[in-house]
Design a protein around this ligand. Sequence first.
Ligand code: PMP
Length: 346
Amino acid sequence: MIRVSARVEEIEPYTAGEQADGFIKLNTNENPYPPSPQVEAVFKSFVSERLRLYPSVTAAAAVKAIAAYEGVREDCVFVGNGSDEVLAFAFAALYDKEPVQFPEITYSFYPVYCKLFGVPFRTVALRDDFSVDFSAFSDEGGAVIANPNAPTALASSLDDIAALCERSKRIVLVDEAYIDFADVPSAVRLLDRYDNIAVVKTLSKSYSLAGVRCGYMVARPEVIRAMTAIKDSFNSYPVDRVCEAVCAAAVGDASYRDMTVRLVKSTRERIEKALDARGVFHTRSQTNFIFMEGSRELYLAFKDAGILVRHFDKPKLKNFLRVTVGTDADMDEFLKVYDRLTLRAE
Ligand code: PMP
């Protein structure tokens, strides 16, 4: 038998949602609309000769566009290969001895990173209505808050996040993958008040760019330097030249992003009303997905009917489905199949 690292035995890798063709894909929270025409223009004008050279070590063009968009200095921005990578670097760069805390139900990659980097962690139970219970977080160790949270689709208030930063002795990492779909503002504005906040965003959802893998952090320069030290101990160039250019173009066209976000939100409201009319429990979504009641059997039946949704095999989540908001046509089909499947089950 070939011997590999014992570490491999110990880790529990995260399982991403299936990437399969031929389905209505409502399982990985992708945006159903194409990216900005500015992105298309980058692809058309990209000179492949440039690929001969390594990219910028900081993804400079992307950093410049993000700093302008967020209204922060360029040394407050770190860009990585998807926010998953930015989050991974953050767990390695920001936490060590005292257990970092996050909700018991949240993005399930967080404990994976902790185990990979040997960072101790403590999970905090959600309230019965699935909201984050900030009073249960201690001041030690720091915290990771997905805002809005996944898969519950609920947002916490900026006041709660600010109060946690105020008392926390370590960094509060706010994962804002879905913030553009929420009614609460981004925590980036707290950066003027607190030096212990780091905000992570992605271009995968609201910017329709899951395929290029681009995410970023906004934080104080000391934090960005810590992130860079980890990155430079792993891969000098995680953001390739195409990604750098595409990211700069997309962030520079936030009004296009706002347009697709509006479309997704209006479809979301329509589907929530349709679920209400059927008496189906769901949380009031602040994201581009709906967290609704539904069993593993229903997930499998949807799959047989050509629709991929997400089911998590965890005790507290086993009676729920996470359904990405697709186009109006996708969601009409979703409802039609839902009605057919649930009638059959009764
Ligand atoms: N954070 C949360 C809460 C997510 O749901 C996701 C998407 N799976 C990510 C981060 C990672 O997104 P990406 O790596 O595509 O930027």
